[in-house]
Design a binder for this molecule. Structure first.
Ligand SMILES: *Cc1c(COP(=O)(O)O)cnc(C)c1O
Length: 339
């Protein structure tokens, strides 16, 4: 039985073109700045982001941590959405390594507004930590891949900057948001200081993320990357597939969104309570169906369908390049045989 792997878009393998380009990539020692392929990737990524400079980093987690390190000093307070990836899934790095204290903002769909920021800013007082950074996330993973609009992003980022904060956008899946809002990446980056986006999720590269910002910040980010052990050598081998990902894989994300819609419909017809997907993430409530998320995961696994537990009462299905339309049809067929 073919496994239908909907655990994450990170399970995507590199394409043939990516493997070939990796094999033939020109390389050099990137710590010396000698790798032409990673230099090309960083230049391309900076231009795409509408920023002066960009840096290739090992992962989204490293990209977020480096960005927080660039914008804060030990003891600073960082504003984060309560369900943010940085808070939930990055091993507490911003506290353990950057020494930042998180202030969580609860929202309905992952969208932080100027009012939210206004309500948590507490002014100057000898007792308080200094609040220096607002982190946004788009698409918002734990809110079900919600795509926040450029207008909303620009509004809250502008407000935060007026209040003297820096703004970081965790845009691990920002290209999914670009597809949903039919917009260009630059529309999201105008008012944020740094953006991090993943090459290794829907874009299907094997490894890596990008941080984009002004030149001075990227110079500092490069040093923090070295500090964290992320200064790599013949990086062209992994940067080359990253370039293919960035150049050729953005537009096809729309297929993933269509498949996610179909999966949501199929699950709904099967009696599940489904959050209507905007992008490639389908979040399903297991309440009144299973005792806990692991039981639900096991239920689907019996039919060769893989998903992940998501919080205490939900599971998550994620579509990606290796799930074709026929696989969704097969998904439907297998579900009809499950009881
Ligand atoms: C996946 C993800 C990250 C982290 O990326 P890794 O490459 O897995 O470290 C950060 N933020 C969000 C929203 C993500 O979905």
């Amino acid at each position: 039985m073919k496994i239908i792997d909907l655990r994450s878009d990170t399970v995507t393998h590199p394409t043939k073109e990516m493997r070939e380009t990796a094999m033939n990539a020109q390389v050099g020692d990137d710590v010396f700045g000698d790798d032409p392929t990673v230099n090309e990737l960083e230049t391309y990524a900076a231009k795409l982001s509408g920023k002066e400079s960009a840096l290739f980093v090992t992962s989204g987690t490293q990209g977020n941590l480096i960005s927080v390190l660039c914008h804060t000093t030990h003891g600073d307070e960082v504003l984060l959405e309560a369900d943010s990836h940085i808070y939930h899934y990055e091993v507490g790095g911003i506290s353990a390594i950057a020494g930042a204290i998180p202030k969580l903002i609860k929202t309905v769909n992952g969208e932080i507004t100027p009012e939210h920021v206004k309500n948590v800013l507490r002014g100057e007082n000898i007792h308080f930590p200094k609040t220096t950074l607002l982190c946004l996330e788009n698409t918002h993973n734990r809110h079900g891949g919600t795509a926040i609009s450029p207008e909303s992003t620009n509004k809250v980022a502008k407000y935060a900057k007026e209040q003297g904060l820096k703004v970081h956008l965790d845009g691990a899946r920002i290209f999914n948001a670009c597809i949903y809002h039919n917009t260009d990446l630059k529309e999201y980056t105008k008012n944020v200081d740094t953006i991090q986006f993943c090459l290794s999720k829907g874009l299907s590269a094997p490894i890596g993320s990008i941080i984009a910002s002004d030149k001075e910040t990227i110079d500092r980010a490069r040093k923090f990357r070295k500090m964290l052990g992320g200064g790599m050598r013949q990086v062209g081998i992994i940067a080359a597939p990253g370039l293919v990902a960035l150049k050729t894989m953005r537009d096809r994300l729309i297929e993933d969104h269509k498949n996610a819609q179909r999966i949501a419909t199929i699950l709904k017809e099967k009696g599940f309570e489904v959050i209507k997907p905007q992008t490639n993430i389908v979040v399903v409530s297991i309440i009144n169906k299973f005792e806990n998320p692991m039981k639900a995961v096991d239920y689907f696994e019996k039919a060769g369908i893989l998903c992940v537990p998501f919080g205490s009462d939900k599971i998550r299905f994620t579509t990606h390049r290796m799930i074709a339309e026929e696989d969704v049809t097969e998904f439907e067929r297998r579900l009809s045989s499950l009881h």
